[in-house]
Ligand binder design. Structure first.
Ligand code: 6AU
Length: 265
């Protein structure tokens, strides 16, 4: 896959979505391809974590529906931290319904995700109509302020996201490239479009096998060199560690070294 060896500067110039270009800019400026999955149940704790590891990461990923203390005021505080430390905020909502429903889930309800998320995940399962219509009509600001990240492949054992599914879904993503910023995947070949970013979860240096609930792990180097990750997503490998700042620095340097090595080879 030619995307894997193209420089980040060149890939940045082929981006069709402003959030994708911003992400390449942040990676280059911070020498980081680390996304932390802040899977905590308190938004206050997420904010504290973000303040400490902010300089090391390019994306902070949350699951807004596991927060017990969610408020729009607090999420805007997190957004301030993101602005100060220059990272993007990803809501891992994994939409998977008809466009009419997803549109309401994205813009409305308690969370009003489109008002604060820079990146939003979605399953391509319902088809391309959902991807294009979830943002609303062509005048909707969120089409440019929030990038859709398609979950093409999952990290879990026995996932149904096989090669055919991922390939077909990647084609839809390219059709909707005005809103799609990249994809979540475990292997490189789904798309050789250089302006898309591959996010790879299931990264953990201390556990090589997985958790006891179907999650499968690999190291940062393997994710980048063998699986095509541009951005590594690290959750429990970091948030459960006793020194999150030191651990963030270790993942940042390992992930970045692997990415530089892949590009120059
Ligand atoms: O490192 P962990 O296992 O603690 O956390 C992994 C994070 C979690 C999952 O919801 C998410 O990555 N994830 C995703 C995403 C990002 O969409 C897809 C997938 O296939 N596997 C996975 O773990 O927040």
């Amino acid at each position: 896959n030619p995307r894997l060896h193209v420089s980040l500067e060149e890939r940045r110039s082929s981006c069709k979505h402003p959030i994708a270009s911003r992400l390449f800019d942040l990676m280059l400026a911070k020498k980081s391809n680390l996304c932390v999955a802040a899977d905590l149940t308190s938004l206050d704790d997420v904010i504290t974590l973000a303040e400490s590891i902010g300089p090391k990461i390019v994306v902070l990923k949350i699951h807004v529906d596991i927060l017990e203390d969610f408020s729009l005021t607090k999420i805007m505080q997190l957004k301030e931290v993101a602005r100060a430390h220059e990272f993007l905020l990803m809501e891992d909502r994994k939409f998977a319904d008809i466009a009419n429903t997803v549109q309401q889930q994205f813009h409305g309800g308690v969370y009003r995700i489109s008002e604060w998320a820079d990146l939003i995940t979605a399953h391509p399962l319902p088809g391309p109509e959902m991807i294009t219509h979830m943002f609303g009509d062509s005048s909707s600001d969120s089409r440019r302020t929030c990038g859709c990240v398609l979950v093409l492949e999952m990290s879990t054992k026995n996932a149904l996201t096989n090669e055919d599914y991922a390939k077909e879904a990647a084609k839809w993503g390219l059709i909707a490239s005005d809103v799609v910023t990249g994809f979540v995947g475990q292997s490189a070949p789904q798309s050789d479009f250089p302006g898309w970013v591959q996010f790879t979860p299931g990264v953990n240096s201390s556990s090589v096998s997985g958790d006891s609930k179907g999650q499968q792990y690999c190291s940062p180097a393997k994710a980048v060199l063998e699986r095509g990750a541009d951005i590594i997503i690290v959750g429990r490998g970091l948030i459960k560690s006793p020194d999150v700042v030191a651990t963030a620095e270790t993942y940042r340097s390992e992930g970045w070294a692997a990415l530089t090595q892949r590009i120059t080879n």
